[in-house]
Structure formats: structure tokens, C-alpha cells
Write a protein that binds this ligand. Sequence first.
Ligand code: UD1
Ligand code: UDP
Length: 394
Amino acid sequence: MPFTIFTIVGARPQFIKAAAISRAIRNLYSADLTESIVHTGQHYDTDMSDVFFEELEIPKPVHHLHVGSGSHGAQTGLMLSAIETLFLEQKPDLVLVYGDTNSTLAGALAASKLLIPVVHVEAGLRSFNKAMPEEINRILTDHVSTLLFTPTLTGIQNLVKEGFSDQIPEKVDANHPLVVHSGDVMFDNALYFRNLAEEKAKDWFQKLGLKEDAFLLATIHRNANTDDSFRLKSLLSGLMKTSEVLGIPVVLPLHPRTQKMITQYAATDAFFASIPTNQIRIMPPVSYLQMVLLEAKCNMVFTDSGGVQKEAYFYQKPCLVFRPETEWVELVDSGAAILVDADEDRMQEAIQTFSSSGYPAPAGFYGDGKSAEFICGEILKMLQSKKDSANCRT
Ligand code: UD1
Ligand code: UDP
């Protein structure tokens, strides 16, 4: 009998990460592992959810909890309760969670309290800023996990500083977790989907009328940037200025949270009501393959997204990070990304730095493109050894 894995997803980046592991299970581990996807419903618009399942061939969720939006406590609480009910009924052998969203924390908490081993993919990342809801989610998730897969070596160092061991324990369990550097499943996807993006999204890209290397790509969705009108204005105004200086437009696929805030601010603030469309082309969220093409063909990336920072690096594009700090420190240390916070002057300085210092050569920070395969192998080893020791006891 194969082992049963329940994968908890709910937010856009998790669908994308799940695509890599689901593909590895389907292609290489289907005899030993069966996966059931649980969608919490944290993201629910078609362009924030369904589109990824269709495009990236992710198995349809077996369970959909339809939790929707809400305050952190209410949203996480609803998920926790619904996930616990599901686990009590279904009794999975193992629960897989990704990243740092409220869906991640709810899945990890529900599983750990029922003594179901938790696997955390994208463990060990830290911004050292607990004002970020994600920092709380990732610290708590790591500390209830049994298998922790870090995408970077920095992730291992962060966990060791928090008391984790980087040695292989004799017996792996929640009290003796295994911390492993796996590489980043998002890099697996970047390699896997690059050609498909060219094939499937080429016509869409052509219709945009953009010239390769002659547009800037931006995304903004962090609450610190959207819920503070001063910061959001400064980011948009910095993008307008950059567009003017470089003489090329900015493409801004907008997260619904940011769109809602712009609409709200526009009611009382003329700046938000009159964003020049020739400089900033705002569009609804795009699909993953469309995003890959935008990243691969743009001139430069401006973002507060964790995933988009890395993808800029995968496609070798200079990246300006709209945050005061990042978990992806190797990007900044190598000169592939520059932190500009929400400061217009720092934006212009960073552009100067890129044009004078150039862009670093690829350094393999995120593995070899086979992280998902490796993660599945380790999961299977752990489940098998748990089963063997249970058999020995009986
Ligand atoms: C969440 C994650 C964040 C991740 C991001 C990826 C947490 C705490 N945050 O932030 O780490 O980077 O997802 O995109 O889990 N909304 C819609 N339609 C949707 C989804 C959201 O309109 O399909 C709007 C709602 O007004 C909602 C708001 O966006 O209140 C915020 O959504 P939420 O999932 O709470 O947080 P994100 O900002 O998306
Ligand atoms: N993404 C996408 N369409 C968009 C914006 C982002 O497909 O309009 C993808 C992007 O390529 C990356 C992931 O979403 O793979 C990043 O998710 P997001 O920025 O929402 O969250 P974060 O990574 O910051 O948690």
C-alpha cells in the first residue's frame, strides 16, 4: 500500500511550488506515494487559483475548504478547525506544507497536534522582522515540523541558530527533526516550464505589443506596501519616474489586494485616481506561464514578492526589492538584487548601480533543478523507516 500524503495549499505561490512535487510523485514515486491536495480557499479568484491548477497540471484538490479571506486569526482559525476535522477522518501518513502563509501554519499546527509528521518545504528562511505575518508563520511551522527542507544553505544556518541540529538523527521524529538542504522547487519549475511558456504564452505576449528588453516588470502585494498609502504612492511614483528616465513602460500585474487598495485610495487621493496608463500598464494577475515570459523578456524586475525575486535571478534580470530586508540574502550579497524599500531615491541609485556594475554570473544558489525529486526520496525514506520500526514493535 502506498503511503498517503496530504498537501495543504491555499495561496498562489503554493500552487506553483506544489506543481513541482506533484510532478515528481506522478513521474517517479507513484508506486510508493499517493498525494491528496487540500485547498484551504485562501486564494479563490480564478486568476489567483484555478488557472494554476489547469496550466501546471496540478491534481485537482480532493478537498476544498473554501475558507476565503479574513483577518489573520479568523482565517487561520477556520482553516485549523476544518483541516483538523479532515485529518481525523482521513488519517494521512504525512502532511506537506509550503512556505509561510496562513494556510501553511494552519496545516502544520493541525497535523502536529494529531502527531502526524509535518514536512516543511521552504524551511529555514528568515527576514528577522516579526512585523511580517509570514515570519511568524514560518518560525512556528519550522518548529513543529519533522522534515525541514531548506532551499538555500542560509536556511540551514538560520535553523541551527534556533537550536536545530544539522546532523542526521538516529530516529527522525518531531522531537528529532531532520533538516536538509534540498534546493528550491521553484528553480525546478523555472527549468521545466521555460520552453512551455514560450510555446503557450507567445501569442498572449505578442498581443501586449511589448518589445523584448524594453519594458520593466513590477509586482506589489505585501501588506506593508499596500496598506500604507504613503509607501504605495512612493512605489508607484518611483516606477513612473523610472519609466520616464528609461523611456520604457512598466507592466504591473496586480494582486487583488493591491488593486482594492488603489481603488480605495483613489476615492480621496488624485494621485491614485490618475496613474498614467502609458507609463504603468496595470493588468489583472497573469498566469504562471505568462509571468515566466514577462520575467524572461523584461529589462528589469521591481517586486516585493519572494518568488518573483528568485525568478528574476533564474532569468538573470536585475531585481529591485520593494522591502527593507529579504529572506533571499544571497541575491543581495551577490549583487543580483538590491533592496530599495519604498524609497524613490534608492530606486534610482540602484538602477545606476546595475548599469555601472553589471549583473553577476549564475552561482547555483537554488540547486540543480531536481529538488522535488530529492524531497520525495527523503520523504519516502522517512515513512519507510517509521513503518519498519512500527513493524519491529509488533
Ligand atoms: C498571502 C500570504 C503571503 C503571500 C501571498 C501570495 C499570508 C499571511 N500571506 O498574502 O505570504 O506572499 O498570499 O500571493 O498568508 N483577495 C482577493 N481574491 C483572492 C485572494 C485574495 O480578492 O483570490 C484579496 C482579499 O481582499 C484579501 C486580500 O486579497 O483580503 C489579501 O489576501 P490574503 O490571502 O489574506 O493575503 P495575501 O496578501 O494574498
Ligand atoms: N505570479 C503569477 N502571476 C502574477 C504574479 C506572480 O503567476 O500575476 C507567480 C510568480 O511567477 C511566482 C509566484 O506567483 O511564481 C509568486 O507568488 P506571490 O508573489 O503571490 O507570493 P510570494 O512569492 O511573495 O509569497
